[in-house]
Design a protein around this ligand. Structure first.
Ligand SMILES: *[C@@H]1O[C@H](CO)[C@@H](O)[C@H](O)[C@H]1NC(C)=O
Ligand SMILES: *[C@@H]1O[C@H](CO)[C@@H](O)[C@H](O)[C@H]1NC(C)=O
Length: 220
């Protein structure tokens, strides 16, 4: 017994030390659970539609090869648009997908998904894409990707996409959670209402310099 709990504590300590996120989407208990978006009931995901009314439409999303149009989230700060590939049939299956378009010179800046690994397929253009390993190594694992290339990002690691090419770029991203979460590293530091002195100390600079950078995040 003693050695078992010791082993458990050691594993827990190891997990905590390496920033492992202990959270997973549930395993499904049925073939599928097509989201019933009209229901007011909340479960871990959305409630299931009557399975006898399910059709192929529930598993289908057309036109993911076309640039994001209506319904996309646009970032004027970074010049990208992102659109969720909404497939009701993926509900409770621990997956989500998105198409991201980035203008030349634009970027999807360093960010991470607390609950998902990501695999990205380049649909168009040329991008500098990759991730950074955790502290204290901070190694950049990245490369230039072109149409047809696929790159994987481990769960919880900070990654980025920079369109330093001259053509519009697009990727199709598959994530291993229905609700991956998104943390933008610069926003956490510079857009959150943290004490200015703390931000300055974190950036190893003076308050004036820190406030000047924070001002950009308030204006845009
Ligand atoms: C975003 O695009 C606009 C218009 O093309 C350009 O003026 C601006 O510099 C771009 N910003 C970034 C961050 O690339
Ligand atoms: C984009 O940046 C990467 C990394 O610095 C570099 O290897 C690549 O040549 C750049 N691409 C262009 C088109 O400048």
């Amino acid at each position: 017994m003693v050695s078992k709990s010791l082993l458990f504590l050691t594993l827990l300590a190891l997990a905590a030390g390496h920033g492992v996120v202990v959270a997973f989407d549930p395993n499904p208990l049925q073939d599928f659970c097509v989201a019933d978006t009209t229901s007011k009931v909340r479960v871990n995901g959305q409630p299931c539609k009557d399975p006898t009314t399910v059709t192929s439409d529930d598993f289908f999303f057309p036109g993911a090869d076309a640039p994001t149009g209506a319904g996309a989230t646009a970032s004027r700060r970074y010049n990208f648009t992102a659109k969720s590939v909404t497939i009701p049939g993926l509900n409770t299956l621990g997956a989500s997908h998105a198409r991201v378009d980035v203008s030349p010179g634009g970027a999807f800046p360093p960010h991470y998904h607390p609950r998902a690994s990501e695999t990205a397929l380049v649909l168009a253009g040329e991008v500098y894409f990759g991730f950074v390993t955790s502290y204290p190594e901070n190694r950049v694992v990245a490369r230039v990707l072109r149409r047809g290339d696929v790159f994987a990002v481990p769960q919880g690691l900070v990654h980025f996409l920079y369109n330093n090419g001259s053509e519009p770029a697009a990727i199709y991203a598959s994530l291993s959670s229905q609700n991956p979460g998104l943390v933008l590293v610069a926003d956490v530091l510079l857009a959150a209402p943290l004490p200015g002195e703390l931000v300055a100390k974190t950036l190893l600079t003076d308050l004036g310099t820190a406030e000047k950078i924070r001002e950009n995040f308030r204006r845009h």
